[in-house]
Design a protein around this ligand. Sequence first.
Ligand code: NAD
Ligand code: DAU
Length: 337
Amino acid sequence: MRTILVTGGAGFIGSNFVQMVLQEHGDYRVVNLDKLTYAGNLENLEGFLDHPNHIFVKGDICNGELIGKLLKEHAIDAIVHFAAESHVDRSLEGPAVFIDTNVTGTLKLLEAARDYPLQKFVQVSTDEVYGSLGTEGKFTESSPIRPNSPYSASKAAADHLVRAFGHTWGLPYNITRCSNNYGPYQFPEKMLPLMINNALHDKELPVYGDGLYVRDWLYVYDHCTAVWKVLTEGRAGEIYNIGGCNEKTNLEVIGIILERLQKPKSLIRHVKDRPGHDRRYAIDATKIMTELGWKPSVTFSQGLAKTIEWYLTHAKWLERVVSGDYEKYYQEMYSGR
Ligand code: NAD
Ligand code: DAU
């Protein structure tokens, strides 16, 4: 039995990853460390919280003492690091917490990992560290790092720290850089679930600028299988881009959502753009596909249909998530925009 420390395992991607491991890899035990910020939700782990191979720990990755203790106490073999402040818009309003969690938190994990015989450290990063593309080309693992938002700058800083710990102290690491995820349990501050939620309630859909910004969408389960491949088969010291070859403009994605929910296009409202908005992301995933034999399991159309179905059948989850603080956030972010 191997044991992995998953950070941020009550968030969107982390909870999907934890569920995948517990369901598909019975010879692994998961210690799940999550601070339960506004984005962390134990409901995302419903049915798995009491799983015999799952130990949930509420705590902060900035607490180095706690991490050192968890590594030893549970004889951790590897760390898969998802925990982060993850929303670009929030990083424009308040960047400090992004530095605390994404940079200092990662540093604390690395320091604990350096002083312990860890077999693998997987830094779950983002294509946003590469900045923005024009109409041509894709990000490869050797594209220059040019982050444009405080969020992506904090992720890039963390990636550099991971690399430095590998170079200086021989920490066996991988960095993954994935494009935009969608799927079950995504918090509705992100575009796709926000638009689904608004459309379901016949509320306006706030499209930033001209809506022709391009993202490369990947179903969350496929991101999880890619991270698993990297954890178990990735060559130490390597970076792996992860993406689904599903480039779509925001208006295209919103159009499909409206069609599936049978809602009118008149709900679309163009609003003031995000400052510094990256125009286009596109991933060249050749390396992980050829070297590790990973490929996505669903097309965008299948993944989106599954996702919309999930939100329709989890109305209570959505209702709870958008009550309270979310209402305040939405007002602050969108009223008068
Ligand atoms: P999320 O915001 O849904 O979840 C983040 C989780 O981290 C939450 O459960 C939160 O409680 C926890 N957390 C935050 N600060 C913490 C701290 N100090 N200590 C412990 N736990 C803390 O994020 P997500 O969308 O699931 O993203 C997960 C990771 O994947 C992030 O590192 C993000 O940069 C990366 N990523 C996300 C996407 C995407 O499209 N969402 C794409 C590529 C990479
Ligand atoms: O590319 C990977 C990144 O994808 C991850 O690293 C981030 O954690 C994740 O949040 C995501 O970043 P984006 O900024 O691309 O995602 P977001 O869902 O915020 O926005 C997607 C697109 O939709 C983007 O062009 C902005 C636009 N948008 C977003 C919101 C919230 C709107 O037009 N209206 C909105 O209300």
